[in-house]
Design a protein around this ligand. Sequence first.
Ligand code: ADP
Ligand code: MG
Length: 356
Amino acid sequence: MAGISFRNVSKSYGKTVAVKNVSFDIRPGEFFCFFGPPLSGKSTILKLILGLERPDEGEVLIGGKPVNDISPAARNVAMVFQNLALFPHMSAGDNVRFPLVERKVPETKIAARVEAVAAKLHIAHLLHKPPAQLSGGERQRVAIARALVRDPVAYLMDDPISALDARLREETRVELKRIQGELGQTLIYVTHDQEEAMSVADRMAIMENGRIRQIGSPVEIYDRPASEYVARLLGAPVMNIMAAELNGNPGGGQHIAHGTIGISQEALPKTVTAVGIRPEDLKVEAWSDGRHGKPARVFEVEPLGGYTVVTIDTGNQKLRALMRGQPRVTPDSAVALSCDPAKMHFFGPAGEALAR
Ligand code: ADP
Ligand code: MG
């Protein structure tokens, strides 16, 4: 088990910059996610760790040692291929044995190693079955066992469960989190699915155009996104972002969102250009006469059972509120919007988050 670090690593393919000046420290035993949209450089980072690509600049370290000149085999980092990639014509056991058979390891050693790994992953009773007879979670355990027999210092997974249907994906990711916890191994996981990254990662790196924009625990990043870009990537529905144009109001205080959300001038940082409010932090109440500011109008109500997504028209923008249960809000009714200033996010001219 080892930590993995990049120091100012860059990699281009011709004129395409795949990874630009990337630095991070993944701790030994950590479940670390790279999360970002397609083409943001996630797979290239994995290839640089594996040694399939060489950095143009910068240094890759495994267990604190520079490995730029070390071959992929000698780095001993394992790629776990998605669980669907198990050989269907082989039993689970033969799938697990395969990497050792391929390396011509003596049979007695193979048997002992497979037994040890199967015990660790609680799959001894499944080894005789073909992959088709296993559940999604079981297939995942077998796929990980196949990587584990080599005893690598870290595991990499590249968007492993994106091809699965929603329910199977949920099952597999819960299982994966459990397995990683039990094994205590360094796992580096690439995904373009925000929910997946949030649910499994100890920490994650948010990628944009080959650059890392923020590193932290999912909760840290969700609560304190470093920029508008990061804020929009995490959370569904996405964060409401409004221009910070203040409308003077003789009743006292200031308003944003076309006069529909009140905020005191003192609460706003000087250079603020945009204000963000997460849908779950936007408070929606029936409009009553005598309130300051202006009413907004309910545009659409989507009851989803446990919660309801309400789309609200402020007059120049649509905002979304996430409400618990099935609140009594009807389309076209007038509503009062508010938000605790402590829950607001403030962004500057370059989209950077501002200190409050
Ligand atoms: P992601 O995994 O986040 O989708 P990649 O790391 O695969 O992103 O790609 C990052 C950028 O590098 C993209 O613009 C992609 O087209 C480019 N790229 C990746 N691999 C190659 C390659 N072998 N040859 C040329 N361009 C590549
Ligand atoms: Mg990729």
